[in-house]
Ligand binder design. Structure first.
Ligand code: FAD
Ligand code: NAD
Length: 406
């Protein structure tokens, strides 16, 4: 009898979980040994982390138990932190044992990128995972609580700086626009004492996105008291705030009690400790999602890099693509096991919707259709619900879905 193939999937984010639920469909109960390894016994919706970080959503609502969406007859789940990947020896070292494989899927996700800017690692907070998001929420609440009780008021602690006006920065600002008035009420802080400032290096907010939609977003956020400093990169962070560059030799130091760094992502550092070639821990994968030179290693999600040949630039790392890659990786592993050809992964991009709080959004969808306001917000919630459906079906949508659609 032929040995059953052993398939090891690392990470239960969008890419890893999508791979696993699709491997379950591809293989019968006794046809393969499928193991999923993840740091936590839950998955978190990275696309909702800005809500948990601002405090407009509870951290526990952003996550769900992995055992609720996998078939335990077909898949063994191991809660463990991956420490090293040996692609030559075909094994993975974790804090809960060593695992070998015939096929490996790496879906270990993203980390915040600080580009080596001094002080950011130490003094800025990053919306990187659900624990980090909860920490940001509590840090902001702590600043408000401290201000309301201290005798000599330090107004700087009420300044929140958001570094980066990409999609993460803008979505977080959208939540803060709604959350700050609530915090002021809760902690008896006058609204005019609170400053929320977004600092962006590029000459525009959401660089590259539709200018009309960007104008709408900036107008809506400014109407909630959010300020923008554009074309002024953050060059340093200290315990007191950030230094921004305003001209050739012109700098300004802005004091702040909270600095949230949302200025880009990289892949998981563990990739850089393997011989697989990568750029900022992202691997330029072959067309069928395999790592170049390693025919038994697939990479999905933010650790994978693919060039959009139409514009000769990498596709942005998104949940949308990560989930689609999971479907293709599962099919291609089945093809290898069956001795047939693997297929090229072709992303099916449905557009981008960026939320501006629970009741507002902007979107460029279905090949150039622009949407704003409640209609766009409704679409964003449907996209969020669809992601749940793709992993856990209708049951998961009913349990965790967003139904506050007006
Ligand atoms: P992740 O979602 O990062 O999951 C990685 C998993 O691996 C996690 O479960 C983690 O715990 C686990 N892990 C990490 N290290 C280890 C280890 N050493 N050992 C074991 N397990 C480990 N994209 C969209 O398409 N639409 C959106 O609206 C959108 N909104 C976003 C909003 C925010 C605030 C952010 C931050 C991102 C958003 N994105 C969005 C991007 C999207 O979240 C990412 O592209 C997506 O999460 C990538 O999925 P992934 O599976 O590669 O990794
Ligand atoms: P990003 O790379 O898209 O944006 C980072 C922003 O930070 C850029 O505007 C950049 O100019 C700016 N920046 C870089 N260095 C800076 C500096 N020193 N000072 C000030 N600003 C600086 O990163 P992101 O927003 O974290 O998004 C990561 C990925 O997640 C992207 O692929 C994005 O498309 C995706 N995402 C999608 C959505 C959505 O679809 N709704 C939401 C969030 C994130």
């Amino acid at each position: 009898m032929l040995k059953r193939p052993s398939i090891l999937v690392l990470g239960a984010g969008y890419g890893g979980l999508s791979t696993v639920v699709n491997l379950q469909k591809e293989f019968g109960a006794d046809a393969a040994d499928i193991t999923l390894i993840n740091k936590n016994d839950y998955h978190y919706e990275s696309t909702w982390l800005h809500e948990a970080a601002a405090g407009t959503m509870k951290p526990e609502d952003v996550r769900y138990d992995i055992k609720d969406v996998i078939d335990s007859v077909k898949v063994k789940f191991v809660q463990a932190t991956v420490e090293a990947i040996d692609v030559e020896g075909k094994s993975v070292k974790t804090d809960n044992g060593v695992f070998t494989y015939d096929y490996l899927v790496i879906g270990l996700g993203f980390e915040g990128e600080t580009f080596g800017i001094e002080g950011l690692d130490k003094y800025a907070l990053s919306i990187a995972n659900v624990k980090a998001a909860r920490y940001i929420r509590e840090h902001i609440e702590f600043q408000f609580a401290t201000w309301s009780t201290e005798e000599v008021k330090n107004d700087d602690r009420l300044t929140i700086i958001v570094g980066g006006a990409g999609f993460t920065g803008i979505e977080f600002l959208g939540e803060l626009g709604n959350r700050v008035p609530e915090l002021c009420k809760e902690f008896d802080v006058p609204r005019e004492k609170v400053r929320v400032l977004c600092v962006e290096a590029a000459p525009m907010v959401l660089p590259g996105f539709d200018p009309e939609l960007v104008n709408y977003a900036v107008g809506q956020l400014e109407s909630k008291g959010i300020e923008f400093s554009i074309g002024t990169p953050v060059v340093e962070a200290t315990p007191e705030g950030v230094n921004i560059k305003k001209g050739d030799d012109e700098f300004e130091f802005i004091k702040a009690g909270t600095v949230v760094w949302a200025a880009g992502v990289r892949g998981n550092r563990l990739i850089e400790a393997t011989p697989i070639e990568s750029m900022r821990a992202r691997v330029k994968v072959d067309k069928d999602l395999r790592a170049p030179g390693y025919s038994d290693v697939f990479i999905v999600g933010d650790c994978a890099l693919m060039i959009n040949e139409a514009v000769n630039r990498p596709y942005p790392p998104t949940a949308q693509i990560a989930m689609q890659q999971g479907v293709q990786a599962a099919k291609n592993i089945k093809a290898l096991v069956d001795g047939t050809d693997t297929h090229t992964f072709v992303p099916d991009l449905k557009g981008t919707v960026c939320s501006l709080g629970h009741d507002d959004a902007i979107g460029d969808v279905f090949g150039g259709k622009k949407v704003t306001g409640k209609k766009a917000s409704f679409m964003k919630k449907m996209i969020d619900n669809r992601a749940l459906y793709m992993i856990g079906g209708a049951g998961l949508v009913l349990k965790k879905g967003k139904f506050n659609v007006l």
